[in-house]
Design a protein around this ligand. Structure first.
Ligand code: TPP
Ligand code: MG
Length: 552
């Protein structure tokens, strides 16, 4: 039976497990859109390709399978680039499908033509162009495998329009399955030996292919071994934050106690992640290339082992296979002698979670986070973008299940709203809350229209301090009092939400927050609550004036 290239492509997406795709339509890939008309893959049309790409990235984070994004040629592809770069930094499987000019005109700089291999060469795991309709099953299968194998990441496939129109008689591929590496017995033995001798060990869990089961296995292992567990930057949902072994978040503005624990660890077990810029506090907590800590680095991609740090023991393994194997290890040797270690680390974490200074203003964001911690059920998903407001979510929220955190390890603003839209599309039964800044929200706030159109009742909390607060903070540190480009004159966010057909409310005092958030959660449609905070409340630890005075 012959099929169009567009139909073959969509059939492959479906058989590899895709149930939803995000994008903005373009005339360059009409045969794909047509094949989506009655196929099993739901197409969610966004209002900007940056949002569509962020949606796909978020879907990839949530499902562990490539999130699908469809965009048109040059302008669509360039808008989508931010989502590809986030997928790369965040190790998220993702597939960006881009329209391309017809084969006969390639190379003339035809209308909206780009060479995607060059454009995406440094931000994607693999970039290709499908030049033959009959080879689409092969190309798409490889794209799914490449996105999921080793260190997961984004793959870009350019689709010449005549290839999508062409008819071909070709069998489907089989669903892509990526074989998982597992730790060897000798490696596990060495790990056990290192832990038996350790007095101040620490586990740091990070990205690279996680699951809820891996989180449970890891906690069981760490509990038996009496080793505290920290979460790498924006991997806070990897283990239950209520588990007694959980010791906090190695993120931006890390709690000083945790930074010291990483620096002073005698054995540091990194399960996934790269101990990169943020979780190493700007490469200051571990020496490069040979850390003082006896480093055990587990990663599915051998290229990541030794890339920055030379581990004493490198283990090439899927993180899930490692966690399961670690759980089965007898790690009691040494554990009894470390009885107080876990309790101390936990006490420091809880102190940081539960206690905070009073900041200027009527609305205390830490109290709103405590309220969310109480009110949201453990399955609720919390999405956010980038800005100082995220510090409160990272410090004062408690993640209990995987996957419930959608936050860009790339630090890209504008991620939260589209991520929330994607989360509600993937998990309609779950509560989805987005925490956004006033600057952050307006980068992709137009996706409220998508949420309304697709009937996805997400709740967006906009933390409004009237500025690009993070940058203002840095300005005050480096150029005190010289404010440039960081003040924001904002719209009435609640009225804006109402104009979109969503629920809108504004909160100016802590006491009003519970009712407004409850109303938003119960609205049965997309909802936005503006949280007006005092611009002085720039971080949970310091006010703007304190930073400025300190710099002078
Ligand atoms: C796409 C993108 N552009 C610019 C930046 C630089 N940047 C980081 S935080 C920030 C300001 C965030 O402002 P807002 O969302 O209002 O949060 P606040 O810091 O005020 O809490 C900017 C401009 C970025 N990280 N990402
Ligand atoms: Mg702001």
């Amino acid at each position: 039976m012959t099929r169009s290239g567009g139909r073959i492509l969509v059939d492959q997406l479906a058989l590899h497990g895709a149930r939803v795709a995000f994008g903005v339509p373009g005339e360059s890939y009409l045969p794909v859109l047509d094949a989506l008309h009655d196929g099993p893959v739901r197409f969610i049309s966004a209002r900007h390709e940056s949002a569509a790409a962020n949606m796909a990235e978020a879907a990839g984070k949530l499902t562990g399978r490539p999130g699908i994004c469809l965009v048109t040629r040059a302008p669509g592809a360039m808008h989508a680039a931010v989502g590809v770069s986030t997928a790369f930094q965040d190790s998220t499987p993702m597939l960006l499908l881009v329209g391309q000019v017809a084969r006969a005109t390639i190379g003339r700089e035809a209308f909206q033509e780009l060479d995607y291999r060059r454009v995406f060469g440094s931000v994607a795991k693999w970039v290709t162009q499908a030049d033959d309709a009959a080879r689409l099953p092969e190309v798409v299968a490889r794209a799914f495998s490449a996105a999921c194998s080793g260190r997961p990441g984004p793959v870009v496939v350019a689709l010449p329009e005549d290839v999508l129109e062409a008819q071909a008689d070709v069998p489907d591929a089989a669903p892509a399955a990526v074989p998982a590496a597992a730790p060897g017995a000798a490696e596990l033995d060495r790990l056990r030996g290192l832990l038996a001798e350790a007095q101040r060990p620490l586990v740091v869990v990070g990205e690279g292919g996680w699951s809820a089961r891996a989180g449970e296995d890891l906690v069981a292992f760490a509990t038996a071994a009496a080793v505290p567990v920290a979460a790498s930057f924006r991997c806070q949902d990897y283990v239950d934050n209520e588990a007694p072994v959980y010791a906090g978040h190695a993120g931006i503005g890390m709690a000083p106690d945790l930074a010291r624990r990483i620096a002073d660890a005698d054995v540091l077990l990194a399960v996934g992640g790269r101990l990169g810029d943020i979780p190493s506090s700007g490469y200051t907590l571990l020496e490069i290339p040979r850390p003082r800590q006896r480093l055990v680095h587990v990663h599915p991609d051998p290229d990541e082992l030794g890339a920055v740090y030379q581990p004493e023991l490198g283990i090439v393994s899927s993180l899930q296979a490692f966690a399961a194997a670690a759980r089965a290890l007898d790690v009691t040797a040494g554990a009894a002698a470390r009885g107080a270690l876990v309790a101390q680390a936990r006490a420091e974490y809880e102190d940081n979670l539960l206690h905070h200074r009073e900041l200027p203003g009527e609305l205390q964001l830490a109290d709103v986070m405590a309220l969310l911690r109480d009110r949201l059920d453990p399955e609720a998903i919390l999405a956010s973008g980038a800005g100082n407001f995220t510090i409160w979510a990272h410090r004062f929220y408690s993640f209990r299940r995987y996957p419930t955190q959608l936050a860009p390890r790339s630090g890209a603003m504008g991620y939260g709203v589209p991520a929330a839209v994607a989360a509600k599309a993937v998990h309609p039964e779950r509560t989805v809350v987005c925490l956004a800044g006033d600057g952050d929200f307006l980068m992709t706030g137009q996706e409220l229209a998508t949420a309304v159109q697709e009937e996805l009742p997400i709740v967006i909390l906009v933390v409004n301090n009237g500025m690009y607060g993070t940058i203002r903070m840095h300005q005050e540190r480096h150029y005190p009092g010289r404010v440039v480009g960081t003040d924001l004159v904002n719209p009435d966010f609640a009225a804006l939400a109402v104009a979109y057909g969503a629920f809108g409310a504004r909160v100016e005092r802590t006491e009003e927050a519970a009712d407004a958030i409850d109303a938003a959660l119960a609205a049965g449609r997309p909802a936005l609550v503006e949280l007006r905070i005092d611009p002085e409340a720039i971080t949970p630890r310091q006010t703007l004036t304190e930073i400025r005075e300190g710099a002078r």
